[in-house]
Design a protein around this ligand. Structure first.
Ligand code: ATP
Length: 477
């Protein structure tokens, strides 16, 4: 199964989806660049999220707050003191790990070996240790289960210590006047500190939500599994402000709505599951993850958290500004409670690739054949259609260009006249293009073309005039 991830990673690079950052300088750990197709796919995922959260919900609006924020914000939010991961070093390899991840990997191995009781027991122990903030217990678990360093293969571990994940830098021109600022580790705080601005300027009434897509930065203890755990990544977060006492109702609603959003892409529902947190983060009273069955096991893609009034209350205290809403329906002022939905754009991207990637055997009795195809949902596909003149002569390229010039106003289209038509179909399959349009000699006579469908590989003859409509229908939301 790790091979599947390897194949996805190399496919993503070969076709221009994801490149390691600074590659000609041997890369920068856990930082990646999105290529020409990756950035299209990423934009389409953002659009899918933005449309379904902001456009389809009259009581949710979107903002775009700055990455730099007043440093006091991170004191108030608890990140300066509490945004830590438990880390442990192996004394032989000198490699550093996250203690909880080493244990989670062991759980995955128990699950794979069919030792479900052992896996469940270990999950319980881990949850309990995290709940109690018991670093000694984490170390004991690692020792009891004989967990070895993946590099050195030894059990020679240091004690478990806390490690703060925030990046900091200096703001200001002169060294004396410079102030320490942080790169935001989550986009949520930009929403909380703008709560009143948006509420007043947008005349919002509770319940309402504020959404945002943007970069976040975390100095992850260990980088691994491709774009799963990056040091610079993107989040799509929505904070939903509700009347105190109604938060659990909204928590359940958003939990269901968010799973539905994932499944609406046509993905296999068995690859998704909920994982409840026994110990929600310092700001929450309930939390659940939506997990996806990655090639390396079920892992979090999205978190839904009931954040109570923790953040707004902290900001009220630290800023000295009232963070209250006057609710005309009950004639009362209060600090709203908050339900958060928080999804990693890059992890979402990886689920799309993992769901879509297939190495398909097309062999018949007398001929061996195969193709690599990305069954990406047509609305997310980076290229919506490819226009392929059958030959490079007889006026076919000109006819194809005419169609290209019309369609490119509405869709991201590729034009390709190199190599045999079969090879060109395979190239489009490999990048997930749902439709290929072939212009041949008959097109010049009767204005019909061959449409070839990615998933079924079926072909049909359609009128040129119908193509725009067909593309709207196939690739629209
Ligand atoms: P994990 O336990 O995997 O570190 P988390 O619980 O710290 O994740 P949250 O703080 O809930 O994550 O962040 C919300 C979402 O942001 C996650 O569901 C994930 O999709 C994404 N995310 C968090 N950290 C990273 C990262 N280092 N790289 C990519 N995406 C991330």
């Amino acid at each position: 199964t790790d091979d599947i991830l390897k194949n996805v990673v190399s496919h993503a690079k070969e076709y221009g989806f994801v490149f390691p950052s600074s590659e000609i300088y041997d890369g920068l750990s856990a930082v990646y660049d999105y290529g020409q197709l990756g950035s299209e796919l990423k934009n389409n995922i953002k659009t899918y999220w933005w449309k379904s959260m902001v456009q389809l919900n009259e009581n949710i609006v979107g903002i775009d707050s700055a990455i730099f924020m007043h440093p006091k914000i991170w004191k108030a939010s608890g990140h300066v003191d509490g945004f830590n991961d438990p880390m442990i070093d192996n004394k032989d390899s000198k490699k550093r790990y996250r203690a909880d991840q080493l244990i989670e990997d062991k759980i995955t191995r128990y699950e794979r070996d069919g030792k479900t009781d052992k896996a469940a027991q270990l999950q319980n122990d881990l949850d309990q240790a995290i709940k109690d903030d018991d670093l000694g217990r984490l170390k004991a678990i690692i020792e009891d289960h004989g967990i070895v360093c993946p590099i050195s293969g030894t059990k020679n571990w240091t004690d478990v210590r806390q490690f703060n994940l925030m990046f900091s830098t200096k703001m200001g021109a002169t060294a004396e006047g410079a102030e320490d600022v942080y790169l935001r580790p989550e986009t949520a705080q930009g929403i909380f500190v703008n709560f009143l601005n948006v509420q007043k300027s947008g005349r919002m009434r509770i319940p309402f939500g504020i959404a945002q897509i943007g970069k976040a930065f975390r100095n992850e203890v260990i980088a691994r599994q491709f774009i799963m755990r990056m040091r610079e990544f993107e989040q799509m977060e929505m904070q939903f402000f509700v009347r105190p006492g109604t938060e659990m109702e909204w928590y359940e609603k958003w939990k269901a709505a968010r799973l539905k959003w994932h499944l609406a892409l046509g993905s296999n529902s068995e690859r998704y599951r909920f994982h409840d947190h026994v110990k929600p983060a310092h700001y929450a009273n309930a939390a659940v993850d939506i997990e996806f069955d990655f090639p390396f096991g079920f892992k979090e893609v999205e978190g839904i958290h009931s954040r109570t009034d923790f953040d707004l209350k902290q900001h009220q205290e630290f800023s000295g500004k009232k963070m209250q809403f006057f609710d005309p329906e009950i004639n009362q002022s209060y600090i709203p409670y908050v339900i958060e939905t928080s999804i990693g754009l890059d992890r979402m991207f990886l689920t799309v690739l993992c769901n879509a990637f297939e190495e398909q055997d097309l062999s018949t009795e007398d001929k061996k054949d195969s193709r690599t195809v990305l069954h990406i949902h047509p609305a997310l596909a980076p290229v919506k259609a490819a226009i392929l003149p059958l030959t490079k002569k007889d006026g076919l390229p000109e006819k194809a260009r005419e169609l290209m010039d019309e369609l490119k106003l509405d869709f991201n289209i590729q034009y390709d006249e190199k190599d045999s038509i079969g090879k060109r179909y395979r190239r489009q399959d490999a990048i997930g293009t749902p439709i290929c349009i072939t212009i041949d000699h008959q097109t010049l006579e009767d204005n019909t073309v061959t449409l070839r469908h990615r998933d079924s590989m079926e072909q049909e003859r359609v009128k040129l005039d119908d193509i725009n409509g067909i593309l709207q229908k196939t690739t629209g939301w």
